[in-house]
Design a binder for this molecule. Structure first.
Ligand code: NAG
Ligand code: NAG
Ligand code: NAG
Ligand code: NAG
Length: 407
């Protein structure tokens, strides 16, 4: 027998031909099968040319906030926008027309008729809804040069005019402005106004004195209520963009929280550039829905809002970057005001494609009772809610005393 290697040349050629032909057939069959597969697939998944424009397909929400937001979303949609600005003959949906008053700060006359249960809603909702679209109020007290020395950390404290003692306690403790831990810290207190119709005594003189003495008050002329906290938030972001845009970080909190400023600065100094840019940390609440129990402070009627809340950091206090604050102010123009300020900030973050990050050092629901007087526990915290002015003065030395040994 001859070995294979010595096969005559002619026979070898025939064999090669056969193999090639087989291969060809195989490839042809494969192609046919796959073409068939693809063909069948595209038959069943054929792209349907819509008979209606895409803005007609989605049903318009029945709840007031969602409907207003749908309109804003559509107006800021680049495709729709190009139709609007190009004066084309494309028919836009009727509901895209803003039928409210031309001046957004005039009472919105549509509200009582568009919200069926308007007359039975709690007064604070009626107040909120009537002026929900107004975002401009004059400043009564400003501090134009407070950020001249670019702060590393800006402490922005939501306060109310009568809370003189809380502000003073903050100035003497965690909100002490100046150079702290080798970083520039600036503190501002955010105030609205007290109206005589709400039976407030006249505090203008005392406030003027405080403003002159400490030069750390920012005040706008609107009625300072719980449901106007979103307004406070956006007015602050506007002020920040205009007066303090180079501050590296912002801690925004209530005047009844205790902040461990040293721990906060320490945390911030340890951040990488990437992490620092989009920083937004706090006590994050996820998967929340609006409360439907009328007796609750956070009650939201079904006729006003439907849907899930985005993840949001509890408004007691959260920490974010100055760069992100500028973007938040920008995007807030595209988000309809919501009566709960921290949920609103969550909505703005969501629109930016960001998610607030949980940090276990933010205790907006307080710490365990047994740790309340433990100095070392407090050294590890970033923020705790709530504390009285006297408690703040008690806790601050725990943070700053070098002789305290927490190993
Ligand atoms: C919407 O506004 C356009 C332009 O102002 C107008 O032509 C149209 O009639 C309005 N539609 C409704 C339903 O008001
Ligand atoms: C404080 O900051 C300055 C300049 O940034 C630096 O030179 C100095 O070493 C810092 N001091 C401490 C104690 O960190
Ligand atoms: C918010 O402030 C404006 C301006 O003072 C006022 O008209 C409105 O009623 C306030 N809203 C609430 C919910 O208090
Ligand atoms: C804000 O938006 C405007 C245009 O809408 C854009 O030019 C600007 O760069 C934005 N600023 C920030 C900080 O995102």
């Amino acid at each position: 027998m001859q070995s294979r290697g010595n096969m005559p040349v002619a026979r070898r050629k025939v064999r090669m031909l056969c193999v090639m032909m087989m291969l060809n057939i195989f490839v042809c069959v494969l192609m046919g099968v796959s073409w068939n597969l693809r063909h069948n697939k595209s038959d069943s998944q054929k792209i349907k040319i819509p008979s209606k424009r895409f803005w007609h397909q989605h049903e318009l929400s029945k709840t007031f906030w969602n409907k207003e937001q749908q309109r804003l979303d559509l107006l800021h949609n680049p495709i729709v926008n190009s139709f609007i600005s190009s004066d084309s003959l494309v028919e836009l949906p009727d509901w895209l027309n803003d039928t409210g008053p031309l001046n957004p700060c005039e009472q919105d006359y549509r509200v009582p008729t568009q919200i069926l249960d308007y007359n039975s809603l709690p007064q604070r909702f009626q107040d909120f809804l009537l002026y929900m679209r107004c975002r401009t109020y004059p400043m009564l007290i400003n501090q134009l040069h407070i950020c001249d020395e670019k702060p590393f950390l800006l402490l922005a404290v939501k306060s109310l005019i009568p809370h003189f003692d809380r502000r003073q306690a903050i100035r003497e403790t965690w909100g002490r402005a100046g150079v702290i831990a080798n970083q520039t810290v600036v503190t501002v207190f955010l105030l609205g106004n007290t109206l005589a119709v709400d039976h407030f005594p006249d505090l203008v003189g005392m406030l003027g004195h405080e403003a002159a003495l400490h030069k750390d008050l920012l005040q706008w002329d609107y009625r300072d209520t719980f449901f106007n906290l979103t307004l406070k938030e956006v007015l602050f972001l506007e002020w920040f963009s205009q007066n303090c845009p180079h501050a590296k970080y912002i801690l925004k909190g209530d005047d009844d929280v205790f902040v461990n400023t040293l721990r906060v600065i320490d945390h911030l100094e340890g951040l990488s550039e990437v992490k620092a840019k989009d920083l937004f940390i706090g006590d994050v609440i996820s998967n929340a829905y609006p409360h439907r129990d009328r007796k609750l402070k956070y009650f939201i009627p079904e006729s006003v809002f439907e849907g899930q809340y985005p993840p949001y950091a509890g408004g007691g206090g959260y920490l974010f970057s100055g760069e992100l604050a500028l973007r938040l102010y920008n995007i807030s123009q595209q988000v309809v005001f919501y009566p709960i300020d921290d949920v609103y900030t969550g909505m703005c973050l969501k629109k930016l494609g960001l998610v607030p990050e949980v940090h276990s050092g933010f205790k907006t629901f307080d710490i365990e009772e047994k740790n309340r007087y433990n100095p070392c526990i407090h050294r590890g915290l970033m923020l705790v809610h709530s504390r009285t002015p006297q408690e703040m003065l008690t806790i601050w030395p725990w943070i700053t005393q070098p002789e305290l040994d927490c190993q």
